[in-house]
Design a protein around this ligand. Sequence first.
Ligand code: FEO
Length: 473
Amino acid sequence: MKAQQLADNIFCVHADIRTDELFEGIWPIPHGVTLNSYVVKGEKVALIDFVRDWTDATAQHESALKSVGLDFTKVDYLILNHLEPDHTGYLAEFRAMNPKAEILATEKGVKLIQSFYKIDSGLRAVKDGDTLDLGLGKKLTFFETPNLHWPETMVTWEADSGTLFTCDAFGSYGALGDRIFDDQYTEAEHAAFEEESLRYYANIVSSFSLFVEQAVAKLGGLQIRCIAPSHGIVWRTNPGIVKERYLKYASFAKGGEASITIIWGSMYGNTKRGLDAVIRGIESAGVPYSSYRVPNDNISYILAAAYKSRALVLAMPTYEYAMFPPMSYVLDIFRRKHLKHKTVLRIGSWGWAGGAKKDYEKAIEGLDWTSLESVEWPGQADALTMAALEKQGRELALQVGRPEADAGNGPETSHRPDGDAACKAEPAGTSASGEKQYLCKRCGLVFKESELLDGRCPVCFSTVLVPVEPALS
Ligand code: FEO
């Protein structure tokens, strides 16, 4: 792997990591990830951000450094924007190879160097606005960006080239091969990367979205020509794209886009059957949704989808007087990641006794979710319950998605599956289009011919229907 030039005497040294190991020990990286470091050469040499000994990452870095006439022993300054060990894991080895290099980080970063690597000498704590002159016109400035995503984080600015070295911020999953720059990828490839970018953001950064917004505002005065993160693409042509992308992701912390993420688990199909009715309701309102099954689907993808969506459906049975255990794990991650401000519908079946409700309500404390009335039922859902589930699915969709989809034609039913009111008949009336109308003998609904569901009542699915002709007025 060769170093790639960003600007005069500035190079990217990167390693592609392709492994079955999980990022942070939690998140899958089927498309890999990169560890990017940057060389800035003046009279002195600075290496910005570092590497861990992961697969053959250190060998890749060594090889790339060699391509620009360097090795770890020739580094004068090692600048650590962030101390998480994916960028610092090889630090003790570096210090053994190069005892003279000065290592720069924020004050909190220096403490972490001492704590993680037991290095106590050759450290310099830098503050907001401090500079480091490398000579030959290369001068670095440091800006503290706390909690992006650790408390010690900072970014490094090289004004001559307009390059901002951001470490985790503006990063993404995904290995790069020989193409590290944004202008080397097609639109389709960028679209695929954006999926990985959102997943990375949701997994790693989302809890700190407020600090993303603060950092972007703080750095707004810089004439940025290149954003150089330590994971993923280097944005030398359109840095504004990744900046706007991160601001959009940060905004999801306040709600999300008009879509629904369904997360479900089912032991014997009873909860799944109920969920199918909810989905019919969602589809009737035309709101996009995605669906993830637990424990089958990985939490990394579930978190990304849920973070992006304004609304959630959580469908799980009661399991031994409590929530289905895989859903407990999902909610634990949601709580840790501060997945707030969602509109949520919870449904589920129970066997000999309930219990999920109490467990669930405790699990979501503090998340500031807006909850629709839950629907729970014993064993297999009956027709009234199915009607209520479909109604709630539609209501959820209308609340968060496309209000214009509610043309007033949908059946209005109670949220409760347990009572006569659950399938209340609409007042009969003439369809605006002059369509035939039907009366459902089971639930009393009067509805238009176009609303028939496979010849059944759209609310209770009864086939006992009476044509009402001529149309009622
Ligand atoms: Fe890439 Fe927070 O480390």
